[in-house]
Design a protein around this ligand. Structure first.
Ligand code: GLN
Length: 197
């Protein structure tokens, strides 16, 4: 199995390392490939869009044609995971920040997002969540977005207060937090299982 990690900046390498550990722990033979060019996602069984700046990642994937490959992958029933900025890109409905910056979204999930939802006072924090399908999970939030509303095809997997911070719609998985920044690889293992289904 091959999983592509898409990106220019931020935590691309961390996702690659987490995937490697997760493959090992899940006992699945697989490779993780970081890419910023067309041609890798289309040859993969799943793709991850990491955190970073959603504006920058959006420009890159639409300019390089990686966006079409991600949409095709999803269309073929293969899983796509977006974390933090990646959650924004998976969504169909942006907020005024997304509109003001003219950030193009992939729209794979019927979710409404709010960028930088926790404001400047709480740029980053860690908290214990209950994630459906995973259990108690210590989540790291960094200038995180949240989901404020979902359509009826979306399954909510975790909430933090009133905010939705993890959700799934068919083969798309969105997380507001950063599963690649801790040694806990259960989210990546969950994603690998999605790719095996
Ligand atoms: N604040 C970033 C954005 O809105 C997301 C932060 C992150 O991915 N760590 O694009």
């Amino acid at each position: 199995m091959r999983i592509a990690v898409v990106g220019v900046q931020g935590d691309v390498e961390e996702h690659v390392l987490s995937l490697k550990k997760a493959f090992e722990r899940a006992g699945v033979k697989g490779e993780a490939v970081a890419t910023r060019k067309k041609g890798i996602v289309s040859e993969s069984d799943a793709a991850i869009i990491p955190g970073g700046e959603s504006t920058t990642i959006s420009k890159l994937i639409f300019r390089e044609g990686i966006s079409e490959e991600i949409l095709q992958l999803a269309e073929d029933g293969k899983p796509v995971m977006g974390t933090c900025a990646g959650l924004i890109l998976l969504s169909k409905h942006g907020d005024e920040q997304v509109e003001r910056t003219e950030t193009k979204l992939l729209g794979l999930m019927d979710t409404w997002v709010r960028r930088n939802a926790f404001g400047r006072q709480r740029e980053s924090f860690q908290t214990l969540l209950h994630v459906k399908g995973i259990g108690e999970y210590e989540a790291v939030f960094i200038r995180a977005p949240v989901i404020t509303k979902v359509g009826n095809k979306v399954e909510v997997l975790a909430k933090y207060g009133d905010f939705i911070v993890a959700a799934r719609q068919e083969n798309s998985l969105a997380l507001a937090f950063h599963p690649e920044l801790t040694d806990d690889t259960r989210v990546h293992e969950y994603f690998i299982r999605m790719a095996l289904e």
